[in-house]
Design a protein. Structure first.
Lengths: 169, 456
């Protein structure tokens, strides 16, 4: 496989991939036999910079990988951690699987909703938090468990919620 | 403990202390530190680390490794129990077969399962060593650790460990002077439970939607990019170094005469137990022994039912606590070992609510390929919700039984649907009266025992 290594800006209908992101996506290509395999990582690279993956980013990514936009779109809509709508500055993932369900998920989810004034799938008015459910976080011995950005917490009691959120501005 | 400034940061814990864990009896965990801190490269090397790689790559053939794994009869620890040695013998390496891929399944998303995280976050080099040995046996040219996206700490620790291993010559060209080349990377996923199914995982790795693939061809014959591909669970791969160093007889006797399956196993417990967590125990340990280690049920509640190894295993009753938890015995009660981490249900928790929660998970995570799974599972959720609200109708239980039967083994493309059927079938069988209570009763008084709120 040969790939261009110099950083270039790839524009698409008003959306510009950051040159660093273009370089990062090209770097990913080296790990795989086919460019398609880098598509999920490419979406994650774009998401890391923008918080989510806007529609216009899809053709831009497709161009870097030398693929059709439909392939990227198909992948982007399948995976739950690729956000296709704007999210808040911090994403809260609350485990709604069995062990957490049995150890207090319901109270935790209610406390979060009350504190933030939003339900699942929503973002606070100040753009600070988005609240989402997630499958078992592999922290069942610490249920009920949740993540804020890349930090995992558990067991989280309703009275812990306010203090925890304070750390994320 | 709780209060404004209490930050309940989660980290993985093994609940046996270091002096209980020994090299001869606890091959997976004897190196772990009591405080949960990382076993780095220097610690790992000081504790026999990479000795198996050095010996085996220089003195054994790949076939010798496969023979040893077959003889040890290591059942896959990802939930299905397929013999790792047998899987490795199917890659048909040699001849004009191209060198293929080794994939570590680190997707760990089965509800109730939290074992692979411990091995990756605290002892990454054991997994790396196991993967080098598996790659050697299968003549794999490159490896991927397919890690779920939420395991941010695992990714950080593994990336660092891979860099160190590469610098120290354990990865790359001519590993340990043996002439064998192999390298690998961490590949992080982007959500969806179905990515853990091994053929869906391969599709995901290739950058496609994670729909399972038809078998045959098996991945060992034609997997990632059409090359021979071996997919094994984290814990399975972590067993390899000790087996090759100490032999299959040693491995077999780790489980004594409890079971025909050899080795040790990471067992665990979650739910309302006093000490939820993980233990490395002989294969064939019983639920009773595990519950005792977990300090019994919290707040003087009593045990009603338990899942032996994740959401896709069947419910067992208190009377089944004496069954050896191996690859065979739970089958006689319509269940299976699964991942070996117990989920405990107490007498005051509603089986109807729990079943609704489980089927919501399976319905949401269906990849949508087969009808009984795509359409049947949302229907079970609807029926269970109605029963939970006391609005069930005559015939609903029979319909649930039928929907479960339609999702039975070999009726769908992959094992996701059978996984959804097993807890449902066993719950209906053991707790039928609880489901009946939710039929044609006034809303709100249907089930006497909802999941307790605010009392855990
Ligand atoms: C829906 C579904 C999800 C699965 N998820 C995982 C998983 O997260 N981790 C895993 O190791 N195996 C998982 N498996 C099992 C894999 O398909 C496969 O059997 C396993 O990776 C083989 O490794 P082993 O033989 O070492 O256990 C899953 C299976 C199904 C049907
Ligand atoms: S059983 Fe379910 S998850 Fe598996 S292939 Fe069919 S629809 Fe997809
Ligand atoms: S069920 Fe919530 S972390 Fe596993």
């Amino acid at each position: 496989m040969t790939h261009q290594t110099h950083a270039t800006t790839i524009a698409s209908d008003g959306f510009e991939l950051h040159p660093e992101d273009v370089a990062a996506i090209r770097h990913e290509l080296a790990h795989f036999e086919q460019p398609e395999a880098a598509s999920i990582e490419a979406l994650k690279i774009v998401q890391r910079r923008h918080g989510w993956v806007p529609d216009d980013a899809i053709p831009a990514i497709a161009r870097v990988l030398g693929l059709g936009p439909a392939a990227i779109e198909g992948v982007a809509t399948f995976y739950s951690l690729i956000f296709r709508q704007p999210v808040g500055r911090h994403v809260i993932l609350v485990c709604d699987s069995s062990s957490c369900f049995l150890t207090g998920y319901d109270d935790l989810q209610k406390a979060l909703s009350k504190q933030l004034g939003i339900g699942f799938g929503q973002t606070t008015g100040d753009g600070r938090f988005t609240l989402l459910p997630v499958c078992c976080l592999g922290a069942c011995d610490g249920g009920p468990a949740m993540m804020i950005d890349s930090d995992t917490y558990g067991p989280v009691m309703p009275e812990d919620v306010a203090g925890l959120l304070e750390d994320y501005s | 403990m709780t209060g404004r400034n209490h930050r309940p940061v989660y980290y993985s814990r093994i609940l046996q202390s270091a002096n209980e864990r020994r090299a001869e009896t606890h091959p997976l965990t004897w190196r772990l530190n009591d405080d949960g801190s990382l076993v780095g490269l220097q610690d790992y090397l000081a504790k026999e680390g990479y000795r198996a790689v050095k010996t085996v790559l220089n003195e054994w053939s790949g076939q010798d490794v496969i023979a040893a794994m077959k003889e040890a009869n290591v059942g896959g620890r990802g939930g299905a129990g397929f013999s790792a040695g047998l899987k490795w013998s199917l890659t048909l390496q040699g001849g004009d077969m191209p060198r293929g891929y080794l994939v570590c399944n680190a997707d760990e998303m089965e509800p109730g399962t939290f074992k692979d995280r411990l091995l990756m976050e605290q002892q990454p080099h054991l997994l790396i060593e196991g993967m080098i040995l598996a790659a050697y046996a299968n003549n794999s040219k490159f490896g991927y650790i397919f890690l779920r996206g939420e395991y941010v700490e695992s990714a950080r620790v593994l990336d660092q460990a891979l860099r160190q291993a590469r610098e120290a010559g354990w990865l790359g060209d001519n590993i340990a002077g043996s002439g064998f080349d192999f390298d690998m990377v961490v590949h992080t996923g982007a959500g969806r439970y179905i990515c853990g199914e091994e053929t869906a995982l391969i599709n995901s790795l290739e950058g496609k939607r994670a729909n399972p693939r038809a078998k045959p061809p098996f991945p060992g014959q034609s997997g990632a990019w059409g090359k021979p591909t071996v997919v094994n669970n984290v814990e399975t791969l972590c067993n390899t170094p000790a087996i090759l160093l100490y032999g299959s007889d040693w491995y077999q006797q780790l489980s004594g005469d409890r079971t025909d399956d050899g080795g040790s196993k990471l067992y665990g417990a979650s739910g309302l137990v006093n000490r939820p967590g993980l233990w490395e125990l002989p294969m064939g340990t019983t639920g009773e022994e595990i519950l005792e280690l977990a300090g019994g049920i919290r707040n003087n509640r009593t045990l009603k039912a338990w899942l032996p190894g994740g959401a896709s295993t069947g419910f067992l009753l208190p009377q089944h606590l004496t069954i050896p938890l191996d690859f065979k015995n739970p089958g006689s009660e319509g269940s299976r070992l699964g991942t070996g981490l117990l989920t405990v249900v107490t007498e005051d928790q509603s089986m109807v609510s729990l079943m609704r929660n489980l089927e919501q998970f399976f319905a949401r995570e269906s990849c949508g390929w087969c009808t009984p799974c795509r359409d049947g599972l949302p229907w079970t959720v609807k029926l269970l919700q109605a029963i939970e609200n006391g609005e069930g109708e005559e015939g609903d239980i029979e319909m649930l039984e039928k929907l479960a039967a339609d999702c039975g083994p070999s009726l769908t493309f992959c094992a996701h649907a059978p996984g959804a059927a097993m807890p449902l079938e066993t719950a209906l069988r053991h707790f039928r009266a609880e489901f009946e209570q939710g039929i044609s009763r006034p809303r709100g008084v249907a089930h006497a025992d909802p999941i307790p709120v605010g009392s855990v």
